[in-house]
Design a binder for this molecule. Structure first.
Ligand code: ADP
Ligand code: MG
Ligand code: MG
Length: 210
């Protein structure tokens, strides 16, 4: 059994709640090594996502993710808007017109999202970006999906746990992409805000699937 369009929409509504709850934390993280707007940017974007879903929830999971993508691209701005927008757009394309997201489709969508972020932002592992949360998350999801009897909840929980670890690993990294890279060595000793938001997003999707 997989997750339908309304299940995916509910999970994204839950993401909006979590982003709002963590708005101040994301702002603080971005204030240390960026310009302090990450929490505000994402909160604005996901508030608009909820409004778009309220207006009309699309009929397939892929169409829901596409609506999320276009909304984030038009509302978020900065680095994260186009990056998250591209991730959701690639994930949407990967789902196509399937009526439900099963384990294989979810893993493929996560992989497509990561590839979108990397195609757009050119960040690799260790650059101290959201890629440092997303990359280990995708690897963990793929590994979990290969385990006997793994369901969507198990796969997304594995992804979320790996993303949390990846987020923590950004502490010691020197930023090589985005605004934080302007600080050079001084960016070390701080956690990356985009890796935090990616980790929150995946944790919320996992919780919604359980
Ligand atoms: P801005 O830096 O334009 O103010 P945000 O504050 O919303 O944008 O987002 C900052 C986050 O975006 C960073 O913490 C980092 O995780 C992510 N980021 C920035 N540049 C890149 C990139 N080239 N590739 C991947 N992620 C990036
Ligand atoms: Mg910022
Ligand atoms: Mg900014």
């Amino acid at each position: 059994m997989g997750c339908t369009a309304s299940g995916v929409a509910d999970a994204l509504r839950a993401v909006a709640v979590v982003v709002a709850e963590h708005r101040a934390e994301l702002i603080e993280l971005d204030r240390a090594i960026g310009d302090g707007d990450h929490g505000e940017n994402l909160n604005r974007g996901f508030t608009a996502v909820v409004a778009a879903l309220d207006a009309k929830t699309p009929e397939t999971p892929g169409a829901v993710l596409k609506l999320v993508a276009t909304t984030l691209i038009s509302k978020v701005g900065g680095a994260a808007g186009p990056l998250y927008g591209t991730a959701f757009l690639r994930a949407a394309t990967s789902l196509g017109d399937k009526s439900e997201v099963d384990v294989d489709a979810a893993v493929a969508a996560l992989r497509a999202g990561l590839e979108g972020v990397q195609a757009r932002g050119k960040a690799v592992a260790g650059d101290k970006t959201m890629v440092d949360a997303l990359l280990p998350a995708v690897a963990a999801a793929e590994q979990a999906a290969g385990t006997e009897g793994a369901d969507l909840a198990a796969v997304l929980t594995a992804a979320a746990d790996a993303a949390a670890g990846g987020y923590q690993s950004t502490m010691d990294m020197v930023a090589r992409k985005g605004r934080a890279s302007y600080l050079g060595e001084r960016s070390a000793g701080h956690l990356d805000p985009g890796a935090r938001s990616t980790s929150l997003l995946l944790a919320t999707l996992a919780k919604a699937a359980r």
